[in-house]
Ligand binder design. Structure first.
Ligand SMILES: Nc1ncnc2c1ncn2[C@@H]1O[C@H](COP(=O)(O)OP(=O)(O)OP(=O)(O)O)[C@@H](O)[C@H]1O
Length: 377
């Protein structure tokens, strides 16, 4: 089987359990992003794949070949794994030109000079930095240096490219530019990419799949769209989305495949819910700010709420509405909207856009919404 397969991987540092029964399959050609808050085990997972860390338990295979077997204490050396890694700090050789930096790995493999030239120039062209080939790293911007680091990684044509927060040292504008470049590069090279970031926007824009980690557990693996639309639990829902998703506490009874919820927003009947026996009657409704409709005029069936604040942000406006003395509902609308504070507006929540979570377990309970490709909690 091609791709990268981690099975029941456990990794400890001292007595701390860092990766917990990790099962993850990265298909050939995937752009898989490992996403999660700081310290959740993303980099450790990447280092286990590369061989820079050895897990105590579990197995790793790359393109069908066993690279790690914890039970047998077998760990293939990093150089035998056919991978290439780019770190957050790009560590270019300061005394070498861009060309020589990129050529370095090829030269030590003693390839013919003409072949080295052609491969290096092709990598520099792919990263659109051929015009800087005779410059030294100190003569380049941060973004250009990062492009050199990536050119150096792709010049050996690795089947798998591993990137650990490669954009975190760049300013916002460069980061945006490099996201587009990496996405293009993935399409062009058809290389499998494993990418580590704690930036959910980065993950959502570039990946074909996202693996979300919390405290050493892999919580959800799915396409960016499914992760965004149907986070499997409250932690993922809280982590994904900018601005953040709204959470509304509610009590709930189940009737004929629907959840009848009562909250500070009144009664809402959420369809397609099939509770299991363990589902409690305390639930949390979750809805993204952009899914909420707002009107200055009274609308039949809409909920009246009072404007707390209006925050114009250029192309969009964020509006906070008071739902109770200590709770606010955030609404995002495209364009400019200038409601006076204190005005009553009318709000509609599309029921099919609401995710319903069990407050006790934090798990998503809408039927058909959760479709995780792999799940470990
Ligand atoms: N060599 C080490 N020795 C001891 N503990 C370590 C070591 N490397 C990582 N850890 C710990 O393991 C946990 C996971 O670290 P890891 O670097 O994988 O997290 P991460 O999700 O990549 O975080 P970040 O986004 O901050 O890089 C952290 O608590 C970290 O302190």
């Amino acid at each position: 089987m091609s791709g990268i397969k981690l099975t029941k991987v456990n990794k400890y540092f001292d007595h701390n359990h860092i990766l917990k029964d990790l099962d993850l399959y990265i298909e050939d050609g995937d752009f898989m992003t490992l996403l999660g808050p700081s310290g959740c085990g993303k980099t450790t997972t990447l280092r286990v794949i590369t061989g820079l860390e050895n897990p105590e338990e579990g197995t790793l295979s790359i393109n069908g070949k066993e690279m790690v077997n914890g039970a047998k204490k077998y760990y293939a050396p990093p150089s035998k794994r056919g991978l290439n890694l780019v770190f957050q700090s790009y560590a270019l050789w300061p005394h070498m030109t861009v060309f020589d930096n990129v050529a370095f790995g090829l030269s030590i493999n003693k390839l013919p000079k003409a072949e080295i030239r052609s491969k290096v120039e092709s990598a520099l062209e792919k990263m659109r930095i051929i015009k800087y080939k005779d410059r030294y790293p100190s003569e380049l911007s941060g973004g250009q240096q990062q492009r050199v680091a990536i050119a150096r990684a792709i010049v050996t044509e690795p089947k798998i490219l591993l990137l650990d927060e490669p954009l975190s040292n760049l300013d916002a504008k460069l980061r945006l530019e490099m996201r587009a470049e990496l996405k293009r590069l993935h399409r062009e090279l058809k290389t499998t990419i494993v990418y580590v970031t704690h930036d959910q926007v980065e993950a959502l824009t570039m990946s074909t799949k996202i693996a979300v980690f919390f405290e050493g557990n892999l919580v959800q693996v799915d396409t960016p769209r499914n992760i965004y639309r149907h986070p499997v639990d409250l932690r993922v829902a809280d982590f994904i989305g900018n601005p953040k998703i709204n959470f509304i506490d509610a009590s709930c009874t189940y009737e004929g495949g629907a959840a009848i919820t009562e909250s500070e927003l009144g009664r809402l009947d959420i369809p397609s819910v099939r509770p299991t026996s363990s589902v409690s009657n305390k639930v949390v409704l979750a809805i993204y700010p952009e899914d909420i409709r707002i009107s200055a005029e009274k609308v039949e069936g809409a909920i009246p709420l009072v404007v707390y604040s209006v925050m114009p942000a250029g192309s969009e406006t964020l509006i906070q509405l008071t739902t109770s003395p200590d709770n606010l509902l955030l609404v995002k609308v495209i364009g400019e909207l200038d409601y006076p504070v204190g005005k009553t507006v009318w709000v509609t929540l599309p029921l099919d856009k609401i995710n319903l979570y069990d407050k006790e377990t934090g798990r998503l309970v809408n039927e058909g919404c959760s479709r995780p490709l792999a799940l470990q909690v």
